[in-house]
Design a protein around this ligand. Structure first.
Ligand SMILES: [Zn+2]
Length: 114
């Protein structure tokens, strides 16, 4: 697999992007926690409770996915440093470049079950 710096640059950029997404979602969750807290302060009647909790589960879901991507990004960079980036972790074959371009952090080729 080509260990060219352009490929590494893509991974670093993607990782930055993913980490920014994690940070943004964390901030949104924190804001939601503050909203909840200030609302439970004044009364028990909570017309927005339902909205807040569905927003909450949506954000938690997105944050989980973003954190998973961040882990994958880190592992992809570690594999890059180790020289086996772009090798399917399941069958040991090189992952076609088209598949890597679509998902730079992928760890297996489309022929292998995840
Ligand atoms: Zn494979």
């Amino acid at each position: 697999m080509a260990r060219d710096s352009a490929q590494r640059e893509v991974l670093v950029q993607e990782q930055k992007y993913v980490l920014a997404r994690v940070a943004k979602l964390e901030a949104q969750l924190e804001a939601l926690i503050r909203t909840r807290r200030s609302e439970s302060d004044d009364d028990e009647h909570d017309p927005e409770g339902e909205t807040l909790s569905s927003q909450w589960s949506m954000l938690v879901g997105l944050l989980d996915a973003a954190r998973e991507d961040a882990t994958l990004a880190e592992r992809a960079l570690m594999r890059f440093e180790a020289g086996d980036y772009g090798i399917c972790q399941l069958c040991g074959q090189p992952i076609p470049i088209g598949q890597l371009e679509a998902r730079p952090f992928r760890e297996s080729c489309v022929s292998c079950p995840r």
